[in-house]
Design a protein around this ligand. Sequence first.
Ligand SMILES: [Zn+2]
Length: 290
Amino acid sequence: MLKFTLLSLVCAAMLAAQDSDGKLRIIAFGAHPDDCDIRAAGTAAKFAALGHHVKFVAVSNGDAGHQTEGGGALAKRRRAEAIEAGRRIGVTYEVLDNHDGELLPTVDVRQQIIRRIRQWNADIVLAPRPNDYHPDHRYTGVLVQDAAYMVVVPNICPDTPPLRKNPVFLYFEDGFQRPNPFRPDVSVSIDDVFDKKISALDAHVSQVYEWLPWVDGLFDQVPKGHAERRQWLASQREPGIGPAVRKALEKWYGRDKAARVKVAESFEVCEYGRQPSEDDLRRLFPMLGK
Ligand SMILES: [Zn+2]
């Protein structure tokens, strides 16, 4: 008990120190080491460039995501790729040691997430929606939703001090239509950091040049040279902007600027955390409109 109390005091002091620089603290959860990058590397790079603190967490270690490799060796390779991707955009990357393809919304994994959100003293939490083709993605969405209230409850995970202020939780963009389509509450133009985003994705060699093209039947198209394959990667990652995102861009950037945006990352406010006003969102996403 005494040990827990001392630990809590040390953690509280660390949180107070983190608070004192006046910068925002953002934590993003993806099921696999590359999911956060795919959905939010551009926005994360913008936060980091402004001096804000961003952490990406992969909830599983990715040990099933390859056609010829697997297990501990693959998990080790993917952890190194993730850390390098984070380094390239100024983001801290942590990979949790849960098996890929077997993630379940258990109390144990929920507690791993609650502790990470508290330790980061998050203002913003990003995660997938719980509608997705991949069970690990779905359950990551459920797990973060399940943590959204518990992060302020002192009797849950009492070894890690609770947050006194519930963060704002937002979902990454996806294309799933059922039970309801994604709603872009916040859309960030990432044109000026698109190259950085590609640089982060380029670090996930086992995924973007090996596993994903293989599983999509595009493996033969991946160029051999580094510059060529990076250019190919960039060409794969410009999905275009649909009407809902264009409308959100108009809201935050004005019609003229919004019309010129080529690549954006969008987020939907989750109903379970703190509910932000429009002014709150402008404060939490200071790159909007710029
Ligand atoms: Zn994934």
